[in-house]
Design a protein around this ligand. Structure first.
Ligand code: ADP
Ligand code: MG
Length: 332
């Protein structure tokens, strides 16, 4: 099979009503088998709609979706909507809340091999670090734990495609990092194609082979996370992915950045503290402690910029610092 045509969307539009264009419009995508794809966009940009279309829960108004080269059936073409080779995990986990964790996971496997079913369920619970919760009922679990049970239920059937709609939304930072690592492992070792929707760009940046940026229902750019981050085509993307700050071109000129476009954008990590003949003096206006680093608000010629300081405590408010701006982006 052609690896480049695992899931293909051609001119796919799904509008919920005729009056407004809510949903997604003219989406063209080609997803490779085994890829980890992250869909990033602000709330309401059409992320969930896109996943539902690929899963077959929604039918496109126009355009076509192909899965392994064949037409993907929409909800009206199937008795039970959804694709058998795919699993989708959404924010409502669809768990049996009065049943135990073990039963919730085991129940998706067939009874043909009772011993194998048991073993597989334990392996899956261990894989996701929920084996200690086996005998707890879902109602007794935290949101993050429930999310992992839902994920276990989806993965245990070995789907070819795993569609995840905000799987980390209920998790604290530690759990989130663990689950990120688990998902990466899944995609690397089991070769599952994963499509992840997240409002946290870090998920996309750290996990994805391919990142898709959605805005108002349209794919505005896509590509490798590193490339999109370093060289976004849109201001929207830069502010979504990074902590970039925007300066109007005339303000930027006051600190020596010349652009023919209307806006200049800089990621704080591009601001370097350095004494050299090209560096300029800024005043530290404010300091925001972030744990292992600080964010500094700096000012020069009434223009405020933000910088990252990896040695917290090394600067004081009101002090002068020498700074070079290594790089900047330009947008209209
Ligand atoms: P996201 O997941 O990125 O937050 P959605 O795909 O849920 O975005 O929604 C995209 C747009 O479509 C939004 O404007 C939303 O209000 C609208 N929408 C989503 N679901 C429905 C629905 N069932 N009926 C009408 N409009 C909807
Ligand atoms: Mg959504």
């Amino acid at each position: 099979m052609d690896k480049t045509a695992f899931i293909t969307l051609s001119n796919v539009s799904k509008h919920y009503s005729i009056e407004n264009n809510s949903g997604v419009s003219n989406v063209n995508l080609s997803i490779k088998k085994g890829d980890f794809v992250a869909i990033v966009g602000e709330s309401g940009s059409g992320k969930s709609t896109l996943l539902k279309l690929i899963f077959g829960l929604l039918a496109p108004n126009t355009g076509e979706i192909l899965f392994k080269g064949a037409h993907l059936d929409g909800p009206h073409e199937k008795l039970i909507p959804g694709n058998d080779s795919m699993k989708m995990v959404t924010q409502d986990f669809n768990l049996n809340i009065y049943a135990k964790v073990f039963e919730n996971i085991a129940s998706v496997l067939s009874n043909d091999d009772v011993q194998g079913k048991k073993q597989k369920t334990w392996e899956m619970m261990e894989f996701l670090g929920i084996d200690k919760l086996a005998d707890k009922r879902i109602v007794e679990l935290s949101g993050g734990e429930q999310q992992r049970v839902a994920l276990a239920r989806a993965i245990i059937t070995e789907p070819e495609v795993l569609l995840l709609d905000e799987p980390f939304s209920q998790m604290d930072a530690v759990l989130k990092n663990q689950l990120r690592a688990d998902l990466k492992r899944l995609s690397n070792y089991l070769g599952i194609t994963i499509m992840l929707v997240s409002h946290d760009p870090v998920d996309g940046l750290t996990l994805a082979d391919e990142m898709i940026i959605l805005k108002d229902g349209k794919v505005i750019e896509s590509g490798k996370p590193g490339a999109i981050y370093a060289n976004p085509l849109h201001m929207y993307t830069a502010s979504l992915l990074g902590n970039a700050f925007v300066l109007p071109a005339d303000e930027a000129r006051n600190i020596g950045l010349r652009s023919k476009k209307k806006h200049v954008m800089i990621y704080p990590e591009w601001v370097e503290f350095k004494n050299s003949w090209t560096s300029k003096k800024y005043i530290v206006k404010d300091i925001f402690f972030k744990g292992f680093y600080e964010e500094l608000l700096l000012e020069r010629a009434k223009v405020k910029i933000r910088a990252i300081n990896l040695n917290p405590g090394s600067y004081k408010k009101g002090q002068g610092v020498q700074v070079i701006l290594n790089q900047f982006l330009e947008f209209d």
